[in-house]
Design a protein around this ligand. Structure first.
Ligand SMILES: Nc1ncnc2c1ncn2[C@@H]1O[C@H](COP(=O)(O)OP(=O)(O)OP(=O)(O)O)[C@@H](O)[C@H]1O
Ligand SMILES: [Mg+2]
Length: 398
């Protein structure tokens, strides 16, 4: 009987909602965030805090604040402080302050009615509930743009200043606002802006090496030992890096590549699985583009496709590509073009995005150029090129 095997140990660790225990390359930012909120563990009633987290897509804004939320509430409960971390994605609530506040109130009172209150009233009710339970809230407004775009200054003003009218009462609600682009807050009035701008945490794009570290951490908890090749990780990191240092893209690619490996009952996740995964996310191989390549460009590309189809490698050297091309030329009975000419072809492939090059200096002899297929499965590429070349042959024989 056929036994189902899988490269995965625990797929859920690649889920978008999973909050890893460790966040490689975000330790400093996590520490800074804890620093901003350190008062909460000592005298929570005395003050509140506002922090902005900003950074591009997939730089870890959401996961950083969630990790922080989990850590600080655990710490608070040890000290018998009733602290809640509430993470709201503003876009999910269509940027409506009313819906957002309703959600926060219902954390404390699950069935709280939706009708009959204004946003201001909900805010007052929330403060009252918090007073009654002697509780504190760190409210994270993720995708904050959505709130600002819909409600403008007004809503944010209410949120940031609401506690100032409650003089001499305990402070209850702190805010973390998450946004990709700081330009959005220029829309706010000066005073609201200044209260938000004092504490900013900027998340820089991840480098390729940082992405490798993040991916390796996930591989260790999501995959069975030795099922993901080093070159596979490197290729995924490379692709996630060119996608703007986007860790989400990398993790999704890792998961999909694992799915391809399982579907084909492979023992390991190979670079070809990654290329298949990418082409399933972004439809890339535009057949028309291949049609317009010259005869020798097609032969050269066919050689490259074969290298990757036949080996499990993610990268190949120029010399290997030339060798593969020479073999293809023999097969088609033509004289190979010169080295210089091949470099030109490579440049045009790179412009089309079919083959990419990377300069590596891991080689002991110095730097060398490596090539890789960013998103087309070698198998598809070979098939497509062979069929184009066959057509040409037929035409010539007529
Ligand atoms: N340093 C890290 N360590 C481990 N996983 C990370 C790290 N940074 C990001 N991730 C993972 O990458 C994915 C994207 O991160 P996250 O959702 O936090 O990005 P984001 O900055 O909020 O992006 P967006 O702007 O699209 O909302 C998540 O699955 C997250 O767990
Ligand atoms: Mg996010």
């Amino acid at each position: 009987m056929h036994r189902y095997r899988s490269v995965f140990k625990d797929e859920s660790k690649l889920d978008i909602s999973y909050i890893p225990y460790r966040l490689p390359h975000r330790n400093q930012e996590l520490r800074l965030l804890k620093e901003f909120f350190s008062f909460i563990l000592q005298f929570p009633e005395k003050m509140t805090q506002r922090v902005l987290i900003t950074g591009d897509v997939g730089t870890g804004k959401t996961v950083l604040s969630q990790r922080f939320g989990a850590d600080i509430t655990r710490e608070a409960s040890k000290r018998r402080i009733n602290l809640r971390y509430v993470h709201v994605n503003c876009r999910e609530y269509r940027g409506s302050l009313f819906l957002i506040l309703h959600h926060v109130v219902s954390v404390f009172h699950p069935n709280f009615p939706k009708r009959g209150y204004s946003a201001e009233e909900l805010l007052a009710i929330l403060l009252q509930v918090l007073d009654e339970e002697n509780a504190y809230v760190i409210l994270t407004l993720d995708e904050f743009e959505s709130l600002v775009n819909r409600e403008g200054s007004e809503a944010v003003y209410k949120l940031t200043r609401m506690q100032e009218i409650r003089q001499n009462e305990p402070k209850r609600i702190s805010l973390i606002c998450i946004l990709r682009n700081l330009r959005v807050i220029e829309k706010l009035d000066a005073s609201t802006r200044s209260t938000l701008q004092s504490n900013i945490i900027r998340l820089e794009k991840y480098s390729k090496q940082q992405l490798i570290d993040i991916l390796n951490d996930r591989v260790a908890i999501a995959f069975k030992p030795l099922t993901v090749q080093e070159e596979t990780i490197s290729l995924i990191a490379e692709l996630a890096f060119t996608e703007g240092g986007n860790a989400r893209f990398g993790i999704e690619l890792l998961w999909r590549a694992g799915k391809y490996a399982d579907a084909e009952e492979l023992e390991t996740v190979t670079p070809e699985c990654v290329r298949k995964a990418v082409s399933s996310i972004i439809p890339t191989l535009r057949k028309d583009e291949l049609k317009f390549l010259g005869f020798h460009e097609k032969l050269f590309l066919l050689g490259i496709a074969r290298i990757f189809k036949e080996s499990q490698k993610a990268y190949a050297s120029i010399a290997e590509a030339e060798k593969a091309y020479a073999i293809v030329c023999e097969e088609y009975n033509v004289k190979p073009h010169s080295h210089t000419q091949l470099w030109k072809y490579l440049r045009s492939f790179s412009n089309y995005g079919i083959v990419k090059t990377e300069v590596s200096n891991v080689n002991a002899h110095g730097r060398s150029t490596l090539i890789y297929l960013p998103n087309v499965p070698a198998e598809d590429l070979e098939k497509e090129l062979t069929s184009l070349l066959e057509k040409r042959k037929k035409r010539e024989n007529l």
